[in-house]
Ligand binder design. Structure first.
Ligand code: ATP
Length: 429
């Protein structure tokens, strides 16, 4: 099929989504194309395998895939139906940050229908949130972004590379503890998304930093606060989603029979004007991290430490005094670059320690001539020290875990001229 790339619709951590048109010969149609460089498209190809097997009015539709050469780069492209109404997060902010309860019920019904379908296929979405729900004039809400999704039963080869993932604010307790990520985690995330639709904010608004949020979700007895202005029916629905014990959460098919959804068949179809994106994105979102601050909101850090020394470790590693300036491309975060001979920063050695909350990461350090790589996994502490990184130019350090999710990395030290200078680290991607 011949097609032309149009305007950019959105950027994610792993790919860029653009509008596209097929040439009249191929049947003039408009669709969306999600693209990544072929060499970095492992997760996009995985997403293609998943969405090509799905068909539901409440799941974004698959239209094909191809490989193209653009600006000397080989691109992998995944074609999807174009959903014109923006994301649910845009819709919420376009309505002043709070959707009407009938509209919340209307969209919630579609999300639950979409999830009921996915779960019946044995698929867990793992990243339900306002930014991953698209709004269509005809079908209402559609679930998108299957980059974190996983088959529950099937042990397919590629699933080995998909670690526990998602967005911390929306993570269920068992996921935050790194125990399991099954169907009930999507149900918890529906509860969080309803709070997002009702308040325009995150389910844990008092805690800004993702590491503290993960603690709170994982080890406290707390639940996100239910918006007081919601009806008793809506609160009861939230109660069925937001149970800390996954076994106590209702299933998607049970939720479809809940009066809150049964009463929302009124056919609300007005799509509010979209405004700016504000919904917390994956752990990569710069704004999310810019608000990092050491929070004292953990009810009992001592208890947590006793139960879990790893938790203490994360807590200690997460204390930052200032936010580093970094840039990233599709799959890399470059922490510090030294590309110019004139640059004052001369790295004579590099040392850091990094701690993974979930998943795994490859750390690569380049001195311009060679790359040194090291991979580490969930709850592993990586100590890296190399005195051979001494080039005056081309030094960079990158952290890569394919989709850059749920990683805490800390205490990054560059040693300049034998004097240690503390670069306060990363806690993310
Ligand atoms: N089919 C579509 N139609 C219209 N817009 C879309 C479509 N798919 C994605 N978008 C837009 O592109 C953005 C990024 O898409 P998507 O979430 O799939 O990318 P991602 O790289 O997986 O992002 P993330 O980092 O959140 O995982 C969406 O938030 C949305 O604004």
């Amino acid at each position: 099929m011949r097609w032309t790339r149009g305007q950019t619709l959105g950027h994610g951590s792993s790919a860029t989504v653009s509008l596209a048109t097929a040439s009249p010969l191929s049947g003039a149609t408009v669709f969306a194309v999600k693209s990544a460089e072929l060499s970095k498209s492992e997760f996009l190809q995985r997403e293609q395998k998943i969405i090509s097997s799905l068909s539901s009015p409440h799941v974004v539709g698959y239209k094909g895939c191809d490989i193209t050469m653009e600006n000397n780069m080989t691109m992998y492209n995944l074609f999807m139906e174009y959903v014109s109404g923006g994301t649910l997060a845009d819709a919420t902010s376009g309505c002043g940050g709070r959707l009407d309860e009938s509209l919340i019920g209307y969209y919630a019904q579609h999300i639950v229908q979409g999830l009921d379908y996915l779960h019946s296929q044995g698929l867990v979405h793992c990243d339900i949130k306002g930014r991953n729900i698209l709004i269509s004039e005809d079908d209402g809400a559609k679930i998108a972004d299957f980059g974190c999704a996983k088959w529950v039963e099937r042990r397919v080869e590629e699933d080995k590379v998909v670690a526990i993932g998602g967005t911390p604010m929306y993570m269920a307790p068992e996921v935050a503890r790194g125990e399991e990520q099954g169907f009930p985690c999507d149900i918890w995330a529906i509860g969080c998304t309803i709070i997002e639709m009702a308040t325009g904010g995150a389910p844990w608004p008092k805690v800004a930093d993702p590491v503290t949020v993960l603690y709170q979700i994982a080890y406290s007895d707390e639940l996100p606060e239910f918006p007081s202005f919601l009806s008793e029916q809506a609160k009861d629905f939230l109660d069925k989603c937001l149970r800390r014990c996954p076994k106590e959460r209702w299933t998607a098919s049970q939720l479809l029979k809940h009066p809150f959804l049964e009463g929302s068949n009124s056919g609300v179809k007005s799509i509010p004007d979209s405004a700016s994106n504000f919904s917390p994105t994956s752990i990569l979102d710069q704004g999310f991290w810019n608000s990092l601050e050491e929070s004292e909101s953990l009810s009992s850090p001592v208890d947590t430490q006793r139960k879990n020394p790893a938790a203490d470790r994360i807590r200690r590693l997460s204390s930052l005094s200032e936010v580093p300036s970094w840039t990233w491309d599709e799959n890399w975060i470059t922490i510090r670059e030294n590309n110019s001979e004139d640059n004052n920063v001369i790295m004579n050695a590099v040392e850091f320690e990094a701690y993974m909350i979930c998943g795994s990461a490859t750390v690569s350090i380049s001195n311009g001539a060679e790359e040194l790589e090291s991979t580490f996994g969930t709850e592993e502490l990586l100590n890296f020290s190399d005195s051979n990184v001494n080039s005056r130019s081309g030094n960079s350090i990158g952290f890569f875990n394919g989709r850059k999710r749920c990683v805490a990395l800390s205490n990054l030290n560059f040693v300049r001229d034998k004097e240690k200078s503390f670069l306060p680290s990363i806690s993310s991607f």
